[in-house]
Design a protein around this ligand. Structure first.
Ligand code: G4P
Length: 295
């Protein structure tokens, strides 16, 4: 899936989400628990205004549990915000979100006072999976284009809660190079849009810095290699990612490593923790849109 986000798409998505938001009591923002900062779009904070928000740290099964705990603490410093680590396919845990909705909007969710919630987030964080789990059947379509917030139906959930059946789709902010590389390493950006070698080298360097033991336990032959390029070469050689003549196909080696990382073969990994240095977003135009964010 290549993501093509152009300023026109972003303006339209922003307008439609703002319209859809008018009747909403609680916003359920789905983030990737492995990279809650880079999988968010700051424009949501403007769009949701003072509305209460649940930040779902989804794909918790892939994230470092201690780091997720730190993110919960970090987010819950903000007023009217709850943060919940989650695995979107788990119905029991998903239904707990409804109780959080009621806590955040105690005046709603009663007979005659329906609580209206809406799921929102960038592509691939698990919005559709969460909606389908809450609904108990396949409803939400997976989409990689904005403007799917119109003509939506409501799903009736327990506790006098309704949920829009299509999620609000925000665009990823790709102007922070490291953030974009983290998104690519996690699988949030379609593989057709990424350079496996560049992303794998970034991810290998990250693993060496944050989780060296996991790297060495999974691939013991990497223990004495300090240079990510040498690591990738050795991985390729050992995994048989070769081209004619016996040379290592670095792109295939990179793809192999990224698939292993995303699939949890190296254990539960978080790419960002609270307090990591965050690059300030670039200046925005009058629509509040980062026009450099298109891929
Ligand atoms: P989106 O609507 O935000 O674009 O995301 P979507 O629900 O389509 O989920 C994107 C991918 O993430 C899907 O995998 C989905 O199964 C997976 N996913 C969603 N929630 C979780 C979770 O809590 N844990 C894990 N490990 N994965 C999750 P896919 O391979 O693209 O599709 P599929 O073959 O699984 O359907």
């Amino acid at each position: 899936m290549a993501i093509e986000w152009y300023p026109g798409h972003m303006t339209k998505a922003r307008r439609e989400i703002a319209e859809a938001m008018t009747g909403i009591d609680v916003v359920i923002e789905v983030l990737d628990a492995r990279l809650p900062y880079s999988s968010s779009n700051p424009v949501l904070e403007t769009l949701r205004s003072n509305r209460p928000c649940i930040k779902v740290l989804n794909k918790h099964d892939l994230a470092d549990p201690l780091v997720s705990k730190a993110w919960v603490h970090h987010f819950e410093q903000q007023s009217s915000v709850r943060a919940v680590p989650l695995e979107a396919k788990e119905r029991g845990a998903a239904l707990n979100l409804l109780r959080e909705c009621q806590r955040l909007a105690p005046h709603r969710g009663k007979p005659g006072k329906t609580l209206r919630a809406m799921v929102i987030g960038i592509p691939n964080v698990g919005k559709s999976t969460l909606i389908n789990t809450l609904a108990g059947k396949r409803i939400a379509r997976v989409g990689d284009k904005p403007a799917i917030t119109t003509c939506r139906q409501q799903i009736n959930l327990p506790g006098n809660i309704t949920l829009a059946d299509t999620p609000g789709l925000l665009w990823p902010v790709l102007s922070d190079q490291n953030g974009a590389l983290r998104l690519a390493a996690s699988g949030a950006i379609g593989d057709s849009a990424i350079d496996y070698v560049e992303v794998a080298l970034f991810a290998l360097a990250f693993m060496q810095e944050r989780y060296p033991q996991r790297l060495h336990e999974t691939y013991p032959y990497t223990a004495n290699l300090a240079d990510p390029a040498a690591l990738l070469l050795e991985l390729g050689r050992r995994q048989g990612c070769l081209v004619g003549g016996g040379e290592v196909d670095l792109s295939r080696a990179g793809e192999f490593f990224l698939r292993a990382l995303r699939g949890g073969k190296l254990g539960r990994i978080s790419f960002e923790k609270p307090g990591d240095e965050i690059v300030a977003p670039p200046p925005r135009d009058e629509e509040g849109i980062d026009a450099s964010a298109a891929l």
